[in-house]
Design a protein around this ligand. Sequence first.
Ligand code: HEM
Length: 415
Amino acid sequence: MPVQPDPARPSLFTWEFAADPYPAYAWLREHEPVHRTTLPSGVEAWLVTRYADARQALADSRLSKNPVHHSTHAHRTGRVGIPGERQANLMTHLLNIDPPDHTRLRRLVSKAFTPRRVAAFEPRVQQLTDRLIDGFAARGSADLIHEFAFPLPIYAICDLLGVPAEDQDDFRDWAGMMIRHGGGQRGGVGRAVKRMRSYLAELIHRKRADLGDDLISGLIRASDHGEHLTENEAAAMAFILLFAGFETTVNLIGNGTYALLRNPGQRELLQDSIARGETGLLETGIEELLRYDGPVELATWRFATSPLTIGGVEIPVGDPVLVVLAAADRDPARFADENTLDLARTDNPHLGFGHGIHYCIGAPLARLEGRAALATLLTRLPDLQLAESPENLRWRGGLIMRGLRELPVEFTPEN
Ligand code: HEM
């Protein structure tokens, strides 16, 4: 009998882990569901991996989002949070603040970023999707990350915000720097963030004098009991919408397409259902792809502001807590056949968009983009298949996000 490798204490944050973190998460869920670890940046943090603990922690008001509550001064050195945000004065955004400031800002942005605005955007997303597929459909091969999953969300969010078409390629470049350097060289990300910040500040200034019907104009116009966003708050809000809505959606499209290509039976069911003009399986399918291999591996930082216990473990004041959404969403205590991709799964309260007051405000837009991207790909390129063996694919395992670096595919060229 071959000796099985000892599954005890798996190493986290290695290349192998980035390619498939799920066995390590299964081990942690079972043996050390609240696990103290040293992150690659050197910061110590608790990882919460069971579904019940994760859901509770996401909604616990004793866990603050504000990095000033970190016990060490790591946040001052920029090692906690989005690189460059401190220098670029972008700290006052939704993911860094608690009530009552969070309540005020969230209410204001919700007035502008409405489900109605997103629904009205659907034809534009479809147009963008088709235009990108037009770029490679006749070739018979493509890298779906670079040519499709990456540009779609950045052009979509730029359009929605009201960034003029001639400036959108700058955003594409800055976003590319953020993705390439994320989790690695922070200098490049810092520079990209600063450029985005000064561009957005100027755009907001210009729009204030000439309001349109885009989202930035909506943010400037939004008022709640006579309160408005300041220019700095509007810039930080536009920035976080871009930052939070970009790489996440790239990974939904990338990880989602990859999961379908690796599960031909499920992919066939979905393709048949789309061909019959049904939308039900596509809708439950997007939720299942978010659960099965979601874009956000760990929810963003939280810091204990008073002593608390998670899963029986005492968390000292000032300690960072990272809720591992990817682990919680494969918890067999909550999801039957947790490692099986079942697009028709209906009992699926996954945590892929978070939970509680910081629940993803962009979820309707992400779902819309995910549906358009997958349905159009499978319809226009019905025999789409991987052009590389899965072992050779490289994953980008940043701390927060998980996604493919490239996704080479081949198909019968469209004529
Ligand atoms: C918050 C996931 C797309 C904007 C969050 C959170 C998660 C998440 C897990 C909560 C983080 C936490 O509690 O620490 C995702 C996924 C997406 C996606 C998986 C794509 C599939 C988007 C899009 C936008 C967006 C398209 C905007 C255009 C935001 C914002 C927050 C947020 C602003 C902060 C909300 C708050 O703190 O009140 N997202 N997101 N996201 N997301 Fe998304």
